[in-house]
Design a protein around this ligand. Structure first.
Ligand SMILES: NC(=O)c1ccc[n+]([C@@H]2O[C@H](COP(=O)([O-])OP(=O)(O)OC[C@H]3O[C@@H](n4cnc5c(N)ncnc54)[C@H](O)[C@@H]3O)[C@@H](O)[C@H]2O)c1
Length: 251
């Protein structure tokens, strides 16, 4: 078991990559705080873990709110006694929009969830990770933050910011035995990708749908990202810090 006796908190754990990571981390022995803005999906993830004999708590939090973030860490430590791994994975994406026509409030909301949420998720994790003697923080970027997409200005800017924040925190907190890395996925078969696909094409996305933008011609499945998260969460990646890791099949 790669995460025996560890406690992991995962945001956006009610669906997609966060759900896949929650199940995988628990299967590797971690107690998991499954956090989501959607209370029922957080609870559902926790009960799926419990049904497999694992330890989990479903916690509702909006990652853009500092009070929610502080509370989710406090509840996790109260329930499981410590905190070792934080996976700041939750995010939203705007509809494809020209920058010139973008609604200002929508811009603020995407930045608040996708960038401020990661900032808060690192900042308020710090005292708990120091108390545990160190740990691993994993943030979710996107290839959008490197290559840019024409239609999603706030999402793209936030994801570039996540990589920058990851590097700063990784350098500042190495002295505490805390590693901070980012996963930057390409297209992954999740509810987020399904929503984008449906809006753009009017058709339902399928796991085997062709991805012309991907060199491999396919999307990743969420478990293919979760395996990288597990690697970054575990001591297998003990000398990897302040690094964005692209997982995109060679897009
Ligand atoms: N799916 C892709 O193709 C893709 C590609 C690159 C990067 N990403 C990134 O990967 C991460 C996971 O994406 P996904 O595709 O699994 O998304 P998803 O939409 O399928 O799931 C995201 C989860 O986050 C939760 N959430 C949304 N806003 C929240 C908030 N304010 N506070 C707490 N929880 C919130 C949702 O309720 C949902 O359960 C995101 O950071 C996303 O930007 C996704």
């Amino acid at each position: 078991m790669k995460l025996a006796n560890k406690v992991a908190l995962i945001t956006g754990a009610g669906a997609g990559m966060g759900l896949a990571a929650a199940l995988m981390f628990a299967g590797e022995g971690a107690a998991v705080a499954a956090v989501d803005i959607n209370q029922s999906s957080a609870a559902e993830t926790a009960s799926r873990i419990a049904a497999r004999g694992g330890r989990a708590a479903g916690i509702r939090a909006d990652v853009s709110m500092a009070a929610d973030i502080k509370e989710m860490f406090a509840r996790t430590v109260k329930e499981f006694g410590r905190l070792d791994i934080v996976y700041n994975n939750a995010a939203i994406i705007e509809e494809q929009t020209q920058l010139s026509e973008f609604d200002d409030d929508d811009f603020d909301r995407v930045i608040a969830v996708n960038l401020r949420g990661v900032y808060l998720g690192m900042k308020y994790a710090l005292p708990h990770l120091i108390a545990a003697g160190g740990g691993s923080i994993i943030n979710t970027g996107s290839i959008a933050g490197f290559t840019s997409f024409r239609g999603t200005p706030a999402y793209t800017a936030a994801k570039a910011g996540v990589v920058a924040l990851t590097k700063v925190a990784g350098l500042q907190w190495a002295k505490y035995n805390i590693r901070v890395n980012a996963i930057c996925p390409g297209p992954v078969f999740t509810p987020m990708a399904e929503g984008i696909h449906r809006r753009m094409t009017g058709r339902q996305l399928r796991p085997n749908s062709k991805m012309p933008m991907s060199a491999s011609g396919r999307m990743a499945m969420p478990e293919e990202i979760a395996r990288v998260a597990l690697f970054l969460a575990s001591d297998d990646s003990s000398y990897i810090n302040a690094t964005p890791i692209t997982v995109d099949g060679g897009c």
